[in-house]
Ligand binder design. Structure first.
Ligand code: ADP
Length: 265
């Protein structure tokens, strides 16, 4: 396949620079019929503070990959090395945001964001300070005492992002966090996420269906093949930062959109 070789840049990273290394990862789900292979030898590395987006057709194993990175699922083969050690279970220093905010309906915005700190027995005063700081960062000042039922979808996702970041994980995993939002809110949330990332500078791996979201946010975009997913394209997004909405209307952005669209097939 011809992927406009002038702007496609295969990124080969040295392992010593990587915070996260994914090595020959395969995942097979038992289905009583020889097994369903979701991932096939997926390999890539992530540098500290890098923002990676994973694109691919539906069913290509994107969520499976993310769940393995989070330690929520064991791979059938291969391994994930995070900060020099194998991931073999959920970890405190990894934050996860799902497509649905999954807030506790009886807890207010502040109380939802406080949850990870309570689970870690952080002293109440310090926890309160950290949670209020996070409420501010995700743009929810004034809504501290609001219950989830009174929040819009975008606001609920802001709480979910705040909850994932409040205990200061180094790695943030996002699985289609804005997938359930309308197009305009989704775009705004992308801009917000970028703002938050610029303040907190986490290493991020995010699954999305949206090419423009991936290009707007990421340093690199990985495109998976149809199932079983493997890395078809490792694409370096050479757009200057900080980025603002205007970048979506530039020629480079359009050219890159076409490359990724072709790669998804
Ligand atoms: P994507 O996120 O790219 O849409 P998924 O990772 O959700 O893809 O799923 C990849 C494939 O694995 C799909 O065919 C899906 O049906 C299958 N799959 C995912 N989770 C399970 C599971 N727990 N048990 C069996 N099959 C699964």
């Amino acid at each position: 396949m011809n992927f406009y070789p002038d702007i496609v840049n295969k990124v080969e990273q040295k392992s010593e620079e990587s915070v996260l290394q994914i090595k020959e990862l395969s995942a097979v789900f038992p289905n009583g019929n020889g097994g369903l292979q979701a991932l096939d030898k997926v390999s890539f590395s992530v540098s500290p503070q890098e923002f990676i987006c994973v694109l691919g057709p539906s069913g290509s194993g994107k969520s499976t990959l993310l769940r393995i990175l989070a330690g929520l699922l064991n791979p059938t083969d291969g391994k994930v090395i995070y900060q020099g050690a194998d991931i073999c279970g959920p970890r405190r220093d990894i934050g996860f945001v799902f497509q649905k905010a999954n807030l506790m309906p009886w807890r207010t915005v502040l109380q939802n964001i406080l949850l990870p700190l309570e689970l870690e027995n952080i002293p109440a005063l310090e926890a309160d300070r950290l949670a209020r700081e996070m409420v501010k960062l995700v743009g929810l000042c004034g809504f501290e005492d609001t219950l989830p039922r009174d929040l819009s979808g975008g606001m609920a996702q802001r709480v979910a992002i705040g909850r994932a970041l409040v205990h200061d994980p180094h790695l943030l995993l996002l699985d289609e966090p804005f997938g359930a939002l309308d197009a305009l809110t989704r775009e705004r949330m992308g801009t917000e996420l970028l703002r938050i990332w610029q303040v907190r500078r986490k290493t991020v791996v995010m699954v999305t269906h949206s090419i423009s979201e991936a290009l707007f946010l990421a340093d690199r975009v990985l495109v998976l093949t149809p199932r079983p997913g493997s890395v078809r394209l490792d694409f370096s997004v050479d757009l200057h930062r900080p980025r603002n909405d205007e970048i979506r209307y530039t020629r480079e952005f359009n050219d890159m959109t076409r490359v990724l669209r072709n790669a998804i097939g």
